[in-house]
Design a protein around this ligand. Structure first.
Ligand code: HEM
Length: 538
């Protein structure tokens, strides 16, 4: 039976309404009080739990007190200071170097990070065969690069490094010089065409995408054996190259942004974000691009297999380029799955083109600010002629390139986990199990080792000056057992490309004059907007 609702309800007088309102307020206050009491208790429990479970956090926290630290908040540490866009973050790191020196720490929650940029500590970390595990930032590269040479450690890293080192032997590099010279001429043609289209006005031409395209093709033709890229790529290939670059830029940015937002370190939380959906689709693009390179090379190799045997039908022992080394090792039964090979190809495609691309862009930009150095270099190149082996030995070109990589190191920071305590000469200790970030950008500006550090002066690398300097004051390719495996390749490529461009153009910079405003924090020293140059044919 239906009843009329109003019949049973007590009448709502102003007094009952006030009482209900007060009860509601009291309930809210109680709830707020509960939250206020419980939150610190909960946070305290988490912190205490982590400290209890992980004694190294506790130990490092106290040891770090000997180092200067930017003032942060209790519990959060410096977290809120680093929650910045990446270009501002780049400048913040420079300010911290100016304010706190070349050894300081920052913290986030219970974690401490040691920032170093002076040769003694850098040597202690890099020269050791013990501190070879990579820091936390590299974990975020794993979905992309897996356990390739850059991100792996332990026995796996040792085995792969041994397998791949011969792929960068100087005899192999000699074979590459012809390909690289072809690419150098192509770069000059592409720049000339783009400069004509861009005209003379404005900030000039953004050379970064043109150089990236060229260095990507150079690594594909040489290390990956993709010889069809010697000729002009068709429009489908150009489109997939373009998507590859865009995906690399976004994934690099995502890795840095994840690194400064600790809540995104937890995979299940990261996977809930829109950020992750974009990241996953970029990974598909990157992995699709490299898988195609591998499958094409596999079928090319099957076709060439017979030519690989001597007259007695035995396999010839030859030095092979990078991808062939991996595929041959797999064919001979090495413990290398298809996925392992793809992870190495992803690693070398990225390291092998993005580093050289930013290095060349920044070298041209620096020369575009220093006309006298540029003219002296052009004169040395003119006198040398076009023979590659002569170019590789030119002393001024060598010094110019070194100075460019000092001021604009392609890899501005690297990171390690320490294996054991490192006692520094002043008695301070960098403890075991700590994350040490080596700020190469700041190291190369240490005023004790590079007086008037912002001045562009290739003569800092005259032989007598180099010999007098601390060997770990200048490490653009890192140093010690985990140094850059592609250093010789990179130097050869950069010398050839730089020589070709300077022989063909007068270069003038179109960038803002304030140095640190041009960069954004990334895996490589990426420009915030582009690398703008005015190019005039010589
Ligand atoms: C200007 C060019 C380059 C610069 C400045 C550079 C710099 C570096 C640095 C600083 C590291 C150490 C990274 C770390 O410790 O986290 C490194 C490692 C590495 N580089 Fe390069 N690199 C360049 C070009 C290349 C090229 C052309 C290749 C490949 C063809 C390459 C492949 C690698 C690989 C695979 C590693 C990891 C090595 C290992 O951990 O054993 N790099 N590079």
């Amino acid at each position: 039976m239906l009843r009329h609702r109003g019949a049973d309800c007590p009448k709502r007088t102003p007094a009952t309404a006030r009482m209900q309102w007060e009860a509601l307020l009291a309930a809210c206050q109680a709830a707020l009080l509960l939250v206020a009491v419980l939150t610190p208790v909960l946070m305290g429990t988490v912190v205490a739990g982590v400290y209890y479970l992980e004694p190294s956090f506790r130990r490092n926290f106290f040891i770090a007190k000997a180092f200067p630290q930017p003032r942060g908040l209790p519990f959060f540490g410096n977290l809120l200071q680093i929650a910045l866009p990446r270009d501002q973050l780049f400048r913040l790191l420079r300010r911290w170097r100016a304010d706190f020196g070349s050894r300081y720490v920052i913290s986030m929650f219970y974690m401490t990070f040691f920032h170093i940029s002076e040769p003694e500590s850098v040597e202690a970390v890099l020269s050791s065969s013990k501190h070879i595990s990579k820091g936390r930032a590299y974990h975020f590269l794993r979905p992309w690069l897996g356990r390739g040479l850059l991100t792996s450690d332990g026995q796996l890293w040792h085995t792969r490094r041994k397998l791949l080192t011969p792929a960068f032997h100087f005899r192999i590099l000699d074979q590459f010089s012809e390909h690289l010279q072809e690419h150098a001429s192509r770069l000059v043609d592409d720049l000339a065409a783009a400069a004509r289209d861009a005209g003379k006005g404005g900030a000039g031409l953004d050379v970064a995408p043109i150089i990236s395209r060229l260095t990507l093709r150079a690594i594909m033709v040489t290390a990956m054996g993709k010889v069809d890229f010697r000729t002009n790529a068709d429009s489908a290939s150009q489109e997939s190259e373009h998507s590859y670059f865009e995906a690399i830029h976004r994934v690099g940015a995502a890795v840095v942004e994840r690194g400064v937002q600790p809540w995104l370190w937890v995979d299940p939380i990261f996977h809930l974000t829109a950020f992750y959906r974009r990241f996953r689709s970029d990974l598909e693009t990157l992995h699709g691009f490299t898988s195609k390179i591998i499958s094409e090379r596999k079928s090319d190799m099957r076709e060439c297999e017979e030519g690989d045997q001597d007259s007695a039908g035995k396999k010839k022992r030859t030095l092979r380029p990078f991808l062939d080394v991996l595929l041959a090792a797999q064919g001979e039964g090495a413990d290398l799955s298809d996925r392992d090979i793809r992870e190495e190809v992803d690693t070398f495609m990225f390291e092998g083109h993005d580093t050289t691309s930013v290095a060349l862009g920044w070298a041209l930009e620096l020369l575009g600010r220093h006309a006298a150095v540029q003219d002296a270099l052009a004169e040395e190149l003119r006198a040398a002629g076009s023979d590659w082996s002569a170019v590789s030995r030119l002393p001024f070109l060598d010094r110019v390139l070194k100075e460019c990589l000092r001021l604009r190191p392609s890899v501005p920071f690297i990171s390690r986990y320490t294996d054991h305590d490192i006692v520094l000469s002043d008695g301070k200790v960098v403890p075991a199990d700590a994350v040490v970030n080596i700020l190469i950008y700041d190291l190369h500006r240490h005023p004790d080792h590079f007086p008037d550090p912002e001045r562009f002066d290739p003569d800092r690398f005259l032989p007598e000056k180099e010999q007098a300097r601390h060997p770990f004051a200048y490490v653009p390719f890192s140093a010690g057992p985990r140094n850059c495996i592609g250093k010789r390749f990179a130097v050869m490529e950069l010398k050839l490309l730089l020589a070709a461009v300077i022989r063909s153009f007068h270069v003038r910079s179109g960038m803002p004059s304030r140095e640190h405003d041009m960069f954004t924090l990334d895996l490589v020293l990426r420009p915030s907007t582009g690398v703008f140059l005015h190019l005039t044919p010589r």
